[in-house]
Design a protein. Structure first.
Length: 168
């Protein structure tokens, strides 16, 4: 579990350093406010990430995703992010983030030649809340610790937890 988290952090850091940003201008699709799951999926289909994902979904690496609010992967759901996928977050501080809740999964399939890139619109550190992984493994913060971003609960006693999958 520790090796997987460090690999993800290294990929994210590498990705932030290599991101070239483009302006979407007026071609951005309309945002559907997430009120139910079908609206979250419809938003993902047009490249908008917000709301709670409660079923399995695979992003399209040919779509540039705009993260404009909190996006959570609920318990029992899995988000697959193929190699080459780009996710750009608005510069709204810690209110814009991706969180994998306990029991949820994220499968990040980036490679050295085709990384998954997650960054803020300006590319500056601290512009967005980042990726929060709320696993159930033992932590130094103890059981049922509270994450700084989103206030989500993480930590437990299941050191076999595999909420994060990394394909290299």
């Amino acid at each position: 579990m520790k090796k997987s988290v460090f690999k993800i952090l290294n990929i994210v850091a590498f990705s932030l350093a290599t991101l070239t940003l483009t302006n979407c201008g007026s071609d951005e699709p309309d945002i559907i406010l997430p009120g139910n799951e079908s609206e979250v999926i419809e938003n993902l289909k047009v490249g908008i990430m917000n709301g709670n994902l409660d079923e399995d979904y695979t992003l399209d690496p040919g779509v540039a995703y705009n993260l404009n609010a909190a996006f959570t992967i609920d318990s029992g759901a899995k988000l697959t992010i193929p190699a080459g996928t780009k996710i750009q977050a608005l510069n709204n501080g810690t209110s814009v983030f991706i969180a994998v809740l306990q029991g949820g999964q994220i499968d990040i399939q980036g490679t050295a030649s085709s990384p998954v890139i997650m960054s803020s619109a300006s590319g500056n550190p601290g512009d967005w809340g980042g990726l929060t992984l709320c696993g159930e493994a033992t932590t130094t913060a103890g059981v049922d610790a509270e994450a700084e971003v989103g206030g989500f609960i993480y930590g437990g006693t299941n050191d076999q937890d595999s909420s994060v999958l990394l394909t290299i």
